[in-house]
Design a protein around this ligand. Structure first.
Ligand SMILES: N[C@@H](CCC(=O)N[C@@H](CS)C(=O)NCC(=O)O)C(=O)O
Length: 236
């Protein structure tokens, strides 16, 4: 029998959400432990002493930190549909885009306005339905430009890049709603917008999508902070 799986998370954390999504997609039962980020638990401090952040995955008595590291671990250890593609090149591309998404949403400066064009032109398209090896995801090539005839992002399968980009789902619309700042303009980023909507209504993930009312209360309390962050990001 596989050791028990627990996720130390926080309801408003998009990073913890990534881990839950991966577990849901793999069909792995898990227990969710809500961390109090204003008064961090010994469990968190002892198991993520470097960053002191959620999520932390517990697999039996082993702890793993960093959401994307955890997602890869889940993909390797558990049965179920592959999240990363089987081909090494496709895997490298998927990692490139998930790293890219990570940088964008930790609000690191990339290459100025160009990064948004890349976001829409490339991340916003994927091989989707054509690829059954865990590659039905928001990816194309690392050099930009989706290949001819590709479907927009969401294919038959959901993969690693979609999981990495999940912050663009419930969180993006919530931050925009609460702050009044449009981060991804509908006309400028139609593909990502469409992806975001589809993500929010994706049946298999509903169980781990945070309660909208609770999320709204959380962001409303921190409205000014997120307004500044959203505006700063737009100025890049
Ligand atoms: N790069 C980390 C980011 C994790 C992260 O920023 N977690 C936030 C919650 S969304 C946190 O624990 N913050 C607590 C703090 O900064 O003290 C990951 O992907 O796991």
């Amino acid at each position: 029998m596989s050791p028990p799986v627990k996720v130390l998370g926080h309801f408003a954390s998009p990073f913890a959400h990534r881990v839950e999504v991966a577990l849901q997609l793999k069909g792995v039962p898990y227990e969710l432990i809500q961390e109090d980020l204003s008064n961090k638990s010994e469990l968190l401090l002892a198991n993520n002493p470097v960053h002191k952040k959620v999520p932390v995955l517990f697999h039996g008595d082993r702890a793993i930190c960093e959401s994307l590291v955890i997602v890869e671990y889940i993909d390797e250890v558990f049965d179920g549909p592959s999240l990363l593609p089987s081909d090494p090149y496709d895997r490298a591309i998927a990692r490139f885009w998930s790293d890219f998404v990570d940088k964008v949403f930790s609000f690191q400066k990339l290459e100025g306005p160009a990064h948004r064009a890349v976001l829409d032109g490339t991340l916003g398209r994927g091989r989707g339905a054509e690829d059954s090896s865990g590659g039905g995801q928001a990816e194309a090539s690392a050099s930009g430009g989706a290949a001819q005839g590709e479907e927009v992002v969401w294919g038959d399968t959901i993969g690693y890049v979609d999981v990495a980009a999940s912050v663009l789902g419930p969180w993006l619309s919530m931050v925009e709603e609460v702050t009044g700042v449009v981060v991804l303009d509908e006309e400028e980023y139609p593909a990502l917008r469409r992806w975001s909507k589809e993500y929010n209504s994706y049946e298999a993930l509903k169980q781990c999508v945070p309660d909208r009312g609770q999320l709204a209360a959380f962001y409303t309390e921190r409205k000014e902070k997120y307004k500044m962050i959203a505006k700063a990001w737009l100025k890049q």
